[in-house]
Design a binder for this molecule. Structure first.
Ligand code: AMP
Ligand code: ZN
Length: 472
């Protein structure tokens, strides 16, 4: 398999440190608000990566942190802790906010068929590890104390900017913010490992440490959790592209200084979901959530399909029109699968050529849209229905679109005795009726309702659109 590695910005063959085993780390959400569908784009694509590695026979161990302390409003160590901001907004404690939004995050993941990582670690549960990590960095001369805080000394590294794609603009932002904010820093790129009360008086959660009562910086969380859970050599580290700098750059600085050798071989970054205002972001206040899409009648899996239709290394522009197209494509896919007969045994020999094509597609830098094309090819191919169903189930272990389950529901709802063409005709009439009602064309809507009734179609409005079945 080949993956684009942010360290080189090239596609590289993926070779884990230990044959057959993959140690994978994912930056988890900062749980001060709901995840928006941009965050979830990153988690969907990371989920596909994990499942494809398993599909290829790797044993994957995946770890994710939950950022419930230390992530400040600006990535350059300034501003209020985001968790505290959330707590103030909702008149709750930080831990209440963390609990609520952690649960909400995993509920969204479930709706999008994103598998829970093998190990999930809230940052607040590992403060002792962070303190140990920082102590080692101080002992080795990679850190210093100033003005009550502990800083990482970036001048001790040969090469701080490790990523191939760091644009001047990215770097300027990080540097400018740090310089303005903190005159304790020896170098403009130094960053905080441990804050004490001397700097942020109103921080809610604080711990005793050798350097005073305080709290950890955000970057140290991921280094310490990853090294503790996955050992000295990490194979893949994931996150959205905004995490590359400064967060991941700082993680590499700390981890390699602590370990004394290179740490992680592959950096998998997902480009942003953007809308008409630019990058979707929690701090902007207005953002789209899975619940909002559901309220508008979309199946969350249509959004998953929308993400799979594009390459993870390209920005993805969100609009309701494109989501509508994905929702329609999902419906069509499901009704085609619902039309496949359940009789007979699959021809697993004949299936192999398609499994091979699917592997090649996803193995080529996780080309999910090409993977979907292979799925469409299967449905068109000269294969038995049983073989097609076998392949749909096989590919869906990676795509996770619940294709057979959705087809089963569509089949039950629509009546198994209808042909795919008849089902499609009924779907078209229902769509036309919805359109007529939207346009307040009541005469046309009534005429269509009568036509549907004549076909014994019974309809029910649900949050996911109209469900229907044939009355006996
Ligand atoms: P946060 O909860 O802010 O810590 O972010 C969680 C994950 O979502 C991180 O991996 C971010 O890099 C990623 N992320 C943030 N905004 C977007 C976006 N608009 N599109 C894709 N991923 C994003
Ligand atoms: Zn992280």
């Amino acid at each position: 398999m080949e993956l684009t590695n942010t360290l080189t910005m090239k596609k590289e063959p993926f070779v884990p440190h230990e044959p057959g085993k993959v140690r994978m780390y994912t930056c988890g959400p900062t749980v001060y608000h709901f995840a928006h569908i941009g965050n979830l784009r990153s988690y969907i694509m990371e989920d596909v990566l994990e499942k494809f590695l398993r599909y290829e026979g790797f044993e994957v161990n995946r770890v994710m942190n939950i950022t419930d302390v230390g992530h400040l409003s600006s990535d350059g160590d300034t501003g209020e802790d985001k968790m505290l901001k959330g707590a103030k907004r909702e008149h709750k404690t930080v831990m209440e906010i963390a609990g609520f939004y952690t649960d909400a995050f995993f509920a969204d993941c479930k709706k999008l068929n994103i598998r829970k990582p093998d190990t999930i670690v809230p940052a607040t549960s590992r403060v002792d590890d962070f303190i140990h990590f920082i102590s080692v960095l101080l002992e080795k001369g990679y850190a210093y104390q100033a003005g009550g805080n502990v800083y990482f000394d970036t001048s001790k590294l040969d090469d701080y900017y490790v990523f191939g794609n760091q644009s001047g603009e990215d770097l300027a932002v990080g540097v400018r913010e740090s310089v303005d904010a903190d005159e304790n820093k020896r170098n403009k790129t130094d960053f905080v490992l441990w804050f004490t009360k001397s700097k942020f008086e109103d921080q809610e959660l604080k711990w005793e440490s050798p350097w005073g009562y305080g709290y950890p910086g955000w970057h140290i969380e991921c280094s310490a959790i990853s090294v503790r859970e996955l050992g000295e050599y990490l194979d893949i580290h994931c996150g959205g592209i905004d995490n590359a700098f400064p967060h991941h750059t700082n993680e590499i600085a700390q981890s390699e200084a602590y370990l004394g050798h290179p740490w992680c071989g592959y950096w998998f970054h997902v480009l942003h979901l953007i809308d008409s205002q630019g990058k979707m972001s929690k701090s902007k206040g207005e953002f789209l959530t899975v619940s909002l899409l559901e309220e508008k009648g979309y199946d969350p899996l249509s959004y998953r399909l929308f993400c799979l239709q594009s390459h993870y290394r390209k920005p993805l522009v969100f609009s309701y029109d494109s989501l509508d197209n994905a929702a329609q494509a999902y419906q069509k896919l499901v009704s085609r699968i619902a039309g496949l007969s359940k009789e007979g045994e699959p021809d697993k020999e004949a299936a192999k050529a398609y499994q091979e094509k699917f592997s090649q597609a996803l193995g080529s830098d996780l080309n999910t849209s090409l993977g979907l094309t292979v799925l469409y090819d299967v449905l068109k191919a000269d294969l038995s229905d049983a073989t097609k169903r076998f392949l749909v189930a096989d590919f869906d272990t990676v795509l996770s679109l619940s294709l057979l389950e959705a087809a089963e529901k569509a089949g039950t709802a629509a009546g198994d005795d209808l042909s795919p063409e008849e089902k499609a005709e009924i779907e078209t009439l229902i769509a036309k009726r919805a359109e007529a009602r939207k346009n307040k064309d009541w005469a046309q809507a009534d005429a269509l309702r009568d036509e549907l009734a004549a076909r014994h179609v019974v309809m029910k409005d649900t949050p996911n659109g109209v469900e229907w079945h044939i009355s006996k």
